[in-house]
Structure formats: structure tokens, C-alpha cells
Design a protein around this ligand. Structure first.
Ligand SMILES: C[S@@+](CC[C@H](N)C(=O)[O-])C[C@H]1O[C@@H](n2cnc3c(N)ncnc32)[C@H](O)[C@@H]1O
Length: 259
């Protein structure tokens, strides 16, 4: 399984056993593995075992590794943070400890096409097109900051890009890292059963999703639009496309302005 030494519990990888999945595996662009560097594995691991990410692992379509950064501290107190030079608020994560944790992953197979991403409120916003871009790598390393952040030299040495999940400040990078892993995993071919449902997702193709309805047909006087009940698939497709355009115009006009 090629797990890095000193990983925290990493029960997230299984081999591909169902021949029906071979096609899905061979058609995938590349991404097979997401590694998390964190001081709080307990914030990440449950999410990796549930729902779609858990299924992707069981079906052999994705591998997740969670590495406890503290395992790479060298002093007897296992110190991972220090006060900033020049004074200032709070504590910073040490470059030497972070670097050693990062090397424990990259040294396993140096040939892998990797992308190291630091979760940071200073990064570019994570978007659906960015998620698609990340599929081209074999492995993503998601580095979760904590405290006041990380020593800048770790960014210079190891980080390819910084990503933010929005203009607000979280306590740590663990939840943003799980967000990125979830978004990227569902784009891996074979993970979502019906690939068409992804192409119709909100934000795919720059449009929001059309309105959807299920039973009952009438609820509190509100009826399902008749076009959806008629069984004319062309008409339904036309109606849905029109709804996608109208909704985007109404709710997210900024998307229509993007090149
Ligand atoms: C309390 S924050 C540190 C913020 C830092 N002092 C600053 O002003 O840029 C701790 C960690 O949470 C993560 N984080 C916080 N907000 C984030 C966001 N919007 N997107 C991604 N990561 C975030 C980062 O990994 C960051 O290092």
C-alpha cells in the first residue's frame, strides 16, 4: 500500500477486486492518492470513512493517508510550534518538523507527480475548475496549518500552491482539506455511479443546477412542474437547460461574466 512510516492510523486503502471497476480505474486521469499532514487526524479520519469518500476507498479508486505531524518532533516534549521571531501574536508551526513530515511522504516514491497544497486564508479560492485541474496529479499532499500558521520557509521549500475555501478564518486547515478531498474525489471517474449527474452539477459548465422534485406530486398545494411528468425527454432537457440559465442569471450573475 506504500504508506509513509509514522502515519497515524490509515485504514483507508483497499485493492481493486471487482473486475467491473477495471474500466473505471483505467480511464481515470491520474489522481489516486490524497495525503493529509495534520496535528488533528481526528478531525479528518471520520470524514474519509463515510459516504462517497469511504466508498471510493473500498472500491480501490482512491487512497487516503493521514500523517500526524507531531510524530516528527524531535524533542522530548514533541514540540511542533514556537513563538515568532520579531514578536507578535500566537505560535507558528516549525519548519523542521513540517519538513520532516512532508519528506516522509515524498521520499516513499519520489517519481510520483505530486502537488503540495497549503490550506491558507491567504490562498486563491478553491473552485470546481481548480478541482478538475488537480485530477492531473498522482498524489495531492494537503498541509493543514494551525495556530497562527506556518514558518514561511516551509512554504518556500515544499508548497506548490496555497488554497483558501473562502474569505473567513478557520481554526485549522483540517476542515478545508476535507472539503478539497471530497470535491476532488467525486470527480475521479467511477466514484460517482452516474457520470452525467456530475456534468449537470451546479457550477459545472459555469451554470447552476435546475430545480428538482420527487414524491409526493403535490405537497401543501405546491405542484411538480407538469413538463417533468409528461415523459418527453427532449422537452424535459430543454426545460432544464432554460432553468439552469435563468437560475444562474438570478442567483449567481457573476458566473455568467466569467470568461
Ligand atoms: C487561525 S488560522 C491562521 C491564520 C493566519 N494567522 C493568517 O492571518 O493568515 C490557522 C490555519 O487554519 C487554516 N485556515 C484558516 N482559514 C482558512 C481558509 N479560509 N481556507 C483554508 N485554510 C484556512 C490555515 O491552514 C491556517 O494556517
Amino acid at each position: 500500500m506504500g504508506l509513509p512510516p509514522n502515519s497515524a492510523s490509515v485504514p483507508f486503502s483497499r485493492s481493486l477486486s471487482d473486475p467491473a471497476l477495471e474500466g473505471a480505474k483505467s480511464s481515470k486521469p491520474s489522481l489516486q492518492s490524497i495525503q493529509f499532514l495534520t496535528l488533528f487526524p481526528e478531525l479528518i479520519e471520520p470524514a474519509l470513512q463515510a459516504s462517497l469518500m469511504g466508498k471510493a476507498v473500498v472500491r480501490g479508486l482512491m487512497h487516503f493517508g493521514v500523517t500526524q505531524i507531531r510524530n516528527f518532533a524531535t524533542d522530548k516534549h514533541r514540540t511542533v510550534d514556537e513563538t515568532p521571531y520579531g514578536g507578535g501574536e500566537g505560535m507558528l508551526m516549525r519548519v523542521d518538523v513540517l519538513h520532516a513530515a512532508w519528506k516522509s511522504i515524498t521520499e516513499v516514491d519520489p517519481e510520483k507527480k505530486r502537488r503540495t497544497i497549503l490550506l491558507s486564508p491567504q490562498g486563491a479560492h478553491f473552485t470546481q475548475p481548480k478541482a478538475r485541474e488537480l485530477l492531473a496529479y498522482d498524489e495531492l499532499i494537503l498541509v493543514c496549518g494551525h495556530y497562527e500558521g506556518v514558518d514561511e520557509r516551509f512554504i518556500e521549500l515544499c508548497v506548490d500552491e496555497e488554497l483558501s475555501i473562502g474569505d473567513y478564518v478557520l481554526t485549522g486547515g483540517e476542515l478545508p482539506a476535507v472539503v478539497i478531498a471530497d470535491v476532488v474525489t467525486r470527480l475521479v471517474p467511477g466514484v460517482v455511479g452516474n457520470e452525467d449527474s456530475i456534468s449537470q452539477d451546479s457550477l459545472e459548465g459555469g451554470l447552476l443546477k435546475y430545480p428538482q422534485y420527487t414524491r409526493p406530486r403535490v405537497y401543501e398545494g405546491l405542484e411538480v412542474p407538469p413538463v417533468l411528468l409528461g415523459g418527453n425527454h427532449q422537452e424535459i432537457a430543454r426545460w432544464r437547460q432554460k432553468q439552469r440559465e435563468e437560475r444562474t442569471h438570478l442567483k449567481r450573475p457573476d458566473l455568467l461574466k466569467k470568461p
